[in-house]
Design a protein around this ligand. Structure first.
Ligand SMILES: *Cc1c(COP(=O)(O)O)cnc(C)c1O
Length: 404
């Protein structure tokens, strides 16, 4: 572990379990796309809390809505009706064209619920040992089932035995999907991210999405699209799969849905909307009024401020500017993604850039060793995008020259 980490990372604090290699920075507050650390140093935030802070930091309307909600009721339990669940569910149904919603608190929980839906879908039609197709480089979370579905040996190492019932295939290859499931009557679902996030920002092609949709219809499988990272407007559509003009049967959401208040959701279409009955699934925190209010207000602000269009405009600008700066440089491979979900792949590991960017007042992340990832708030301006490029491009050029 230590060898792979850049040298600016300190040991974890003694009382917090050592699960993250953290930068030696503690943030105290933020405003829009800018954050300040406890020493007063400011940073442009191109990470957005890992695709979470949809409407930026300290958005006045979000803050006012949450303050109001905290003063009314934070949590009531799912033993009672929570009217704000109906409000947010109706909105998600409208935006997705699907049918109903289960609320939870995180991405892995949303995916866990999706996996349970797929298994019960199978059992309901007499399949005793249902199998779910998952993908190389996928990331679905760190519970035992979701890490088993994840296609990254580093996430799985040390936690076996893994959950059974997964078939793994490469992305964007319909022939491989057909070959891997050929004659297998136990397949119940295909499960993937519309744009793989942690795996290195790899988008599923539109024609592949359409082909998988058709195959799922033909074979009576559920199409389950993990939109935890790429959803909620990040790519310029409410959900990234909508670029392909298809609908999934099951769609887990989380990250950006509550602008920072923990929230997860599974949105289900007609084929999956009535699989669970009372007693099949649940959660104590899921759907609590505070989280629901955050979701309702996030979407309201997104609509009012035109943040989908902004994600496309600023994302395209960022991509064009970065391509202009980096295109053709030895060691630069490509820029992938859509809207404000961008990955810059280099031909060499670039984890060191995270600390160097922070020293220069810019927050980014590096995923899959060689991919610089940017998933900022959807309120980022053109001027801020220019600032990102002005800080980042020279750092990338410098890294590419070192030991080249
Ligand atoms: C982050 C992420 C998850 C896990 O979400 P948590 O809230 O960390 O459990 C699942 N799927 C995708 C695509 C993600 O990006």
């Amino acid at each position: 572990m230590t060898a792979a980490l850049p040298d600016h990372i300190e040991a974890a604090s003694p009382h917090v379990m050592n699960t993250y290699g953290r930068l030696p920075i503690a943030l105290s507050h933020g405003q829009g796309c800018r954050v300040w650390d406890v020493n007063g140093k400011s940073y442009l935030d191109a990470l957005g809390g890992i695709a979470v802070n949809t409407v930026g930091h300290n958005h006045p309307q979000l803050v006012a809505a949450l303050r109001d909600q905290v003063g009314k009721i934070i949590h009531s339990s799912n033993y009672y009706h929570v009217p704000l669940q109906e409000t947010l569910a109706a909105k998600l149904v409208e935006l997705s064209g699907l049918e109903n919603v289960f609320f939870c608190s995180t991405g892995l929980e949303a995916n866990e619920a999706a996996l349970k839906l797929a298994r019960k879908f199978g059992h309901d039609k007499g399949i005793e040992r249902p199998e779910i197709v998952v993908y190389e480089k996928a990331f679905h979370g760190r519970s035992i089932a979701t890490l088993s579905a994840t296609g990254n040996p580093k996430v799985q190492a040390g936690f076996g035995p893994l959950v059974e019932g997964f078939i793994r295939v490469p992305i964007n290859n319909i022939g491989e999907l057909k070959a891997a499931t050929e004659g297998n009557p136990n397949v119940v679902a295909v499960f993937f991210e519309a744009i793989q996030g942690e795996g290195g920002v790899y988008p599923m092609d539109s024609d592949y999405l359409q082909q998988v949709r058709a195959l799922c219809d033909e074979r009576d499988w559920l199409l389950m699209i993990d939109e935890v990272q790429c959803g909620m407007g990040r790519t310029g559509k409410w959900f990234a799969h909508q670029w392909a003009g298809i609908k999934p049967d099951v769609m887990p959401l989380a990250k950006g849905l509550g602008s920072g208040v923990p929230i997860g959701a599974v949105v289900a279409g007609p084929r999956a909307a009535h699989i669970f009955a009372p007693g099949n699934h649940g959660t104590t925190f899921g759907g609590n009024p505070l989280a629901m209010r955050a979701g309702v207000e996030t979407i309201r602000i997104m609509e009012e401020e035109g943040l989908l269009a902004n994600a496309v405009m600023v994302g395209d600008h960022l991509r064009t500017a970065l391509t202009r700066e980096l295109g053709g440089l030895p060691g630069f491979k490509e820029i992938r993604g859509r809207g404000l979900m961008l990955g810059i792949e280099l031909a060499r590991p670039c984890g060191a850039l995270v600390g160097r960017a922070a020293e220069n007042g810019l927050l980014i992340s590096v995923t899959a060793d060689t991919v610089i990832r940017m998933v900022p708030s959807l309120i980022m301006t053109m001027a801020e995008a220019d600032e990102v490029v002005a800080i980042l491009a020279p750092l990338i050029k410098q890294l590419l020259q070192e030991g080249a």
